[in-house]
Design a binder for this molecule. Structure first.
Ligand SMILES: NC(=O)c1ccc[n+]([C@@H]2O[C@H](COP(=O)([O-])OP(=O)(O)OC[C@H]3O[C@@H](n4cnc5c(N)ncnc54)[C@H](OP(=O)(O)O)[C@@H]3O)[C@@H](O)[C@H]2O)c1
Length: 355
């Protein structure tokens, strides 16, 4: 069976990467691409690297144009998806790359985003432990509505969830500092992302607990602890600081957490090894090895290194992802494969592009 697909936000970075991956998917026919200010222009004017799709024209993003497909991807600025999702009731599978359906807490949405709160959808990170030893992929099988993750959020959550689920780290004392490429902030014109503002410099932003991905990480870590409801809900305290560095794509997240009392080094390493030992797209490197962003460019892989710093009493996890692949489009397509009952890795690669 071939599934017809519409991709909105097709002139942007996330939409472009969804299209690049879907173009290599044997079960997918990309029928419709839509945009906003670029509607009416050829897709190739905005995505000149997508040669096999150069015949497509960007249409306006309206409920009528998105309706009538088997699958719709929404890759719009946050706050814009809700108006379309309500009108796509008859669409068998809708996958939102934006934040609108990621959070389960309206309080968290109000505090970090504002505007209308929309119902949470199935979170699109299959490898996440979600309590009782279960993984999120079980929830994604047969899902009809999927919220693809925030790129920074899923990188940090994947880094720390094994330690929280196994009880070997203290979730109330986490520090994450991320080097991030500017494509994570989208393609639209922003002065602080001009070449002259980011080349040759590292620029911190959203310092001091204001970044919108913080509640998404807290949500994943609380789920992993298996105490997501009631007064037993574990407190997750995370200090999160992203720093824009001059690389188009990529995230290198360095996360540290206090080691729980009485836990051995072997138990710590085993928590991550047993969580990811059988995974294709989340890989723990051998002891003493740490990833570079260059190792995952173009790949649907989260590559992870783990150190146990006994002098500081902390575990350090360094994780590299391509924000546009494992951080967005790859996660969306991996989730789509699960929802459709297809092999989970179809059209996805664990190999990066080098140099
Ligand atoms: N970039 C990443 O690494 C990343 C990672 C994870 C998640 N995401 C999420 O993916 C979504 C898209 O991000 P992006 O980085 O691709 O942004 P982007 O490059 O700025 O692209 C935004 C897209 O949305 C369209 N658009 C803008 N306003 C619209 C509106 N009012 N109605 C309909 N379409 C509209 C734009 O069309 P025109 O160009 O024609 O105006 C463009 O196609 C965001 O919600 C973001 O949080 C992005």
């Amino acid at each position: 069976m071939t599934y017809s697909v519409a991709v909105s936000g097709a002139s942007g970075y996330a939409g472009g990467e969804i299209l690049r991956l879907l173009a290599a998917h044997p079960d997918i026919e990309i029928r419709t691409v839509t945009a906003h200010s670029s509607a009416g222009q050829p897709l190739s004017a905005h995505q000149p690297h997508l040669r096999s799709l150069a015949h497509l024209e960007l249409q306006p993003t309206t409920p009528e144009i998105l309706a009538g497909h088997d699958i719709v991807f929404l890759a719009l600025p946050h706050g814009q998806s809700g108006q379309y999702t309500d009108a796509l009731d008859d669409t068998p599978l809708v996958i939102d790359a934006g934040a609108d359906h990621r959070l389960t807490s309206q309080d968290a949405w109000d505090a970090f985003y504002g505007g209308s709160f929309h119902e949470p959808w199935t979170y699109g990170v299959p490898e996440l432990l979600v309590g009782d030893g279960r993984k999120q992929r079980e929830n994604l099988r047969d899902a009809r509505r999927v919220a693809a993750p925030g790129c920074n959020a899923s990188t940090v959550s994947l880094s720390l969830v094994p330690g929280v689920a196994a009880g070997v780290i203290d979730p109330s004392d986490i520090v994450s500092v991320l080097a991030v490429g500017p494509s994570g902030a989208g393609k639209s014109l922003k002065t602080h992302l001009l070449g002259s503002e980011i080349l040759g410099t590292a620029n911190p932003y959203a310092v001091g607990g204001t970044h919108r991905h913080i509640p998404e990480i807290q949500q994943a870590l609380i789920d992993a602890s298996g105490t997501s409801t009631g007064s037993g809900a574990q407190k997750v305290g995370i200090s999160f600081t992203p720093v824009i560095v001059p690389m188009a794509r990529g995230i290198l997240a360095t996360s540290t957490a206090r080691i729980a009392e009485g836990v051995t080094d072997a138990e710590i390493r085993d928590a991550w090894q047993s969580a990811y030992g059988d995974e294709t797209f989340v890989q723990l490197l051998p002891e003493g090895s740490f990833p570079r962003t260059a190792d995952v460019l173009g790949a649907n892989t989260a590559l992870m290194g783990l150190a146990i710093d006994r002098a500081a009493g902390r575990v350090t996890v360094v994780t590299a992802v391509d924000n546009l692949v494992k951080g967005t489009a790859g996660a969306a397509i991996q989730s789509m494969n699960l929802a459709l009952g297809l092999p989970e890795d179809r059209a996805l690669t664990m190999n990066g592009v080098a140099p």
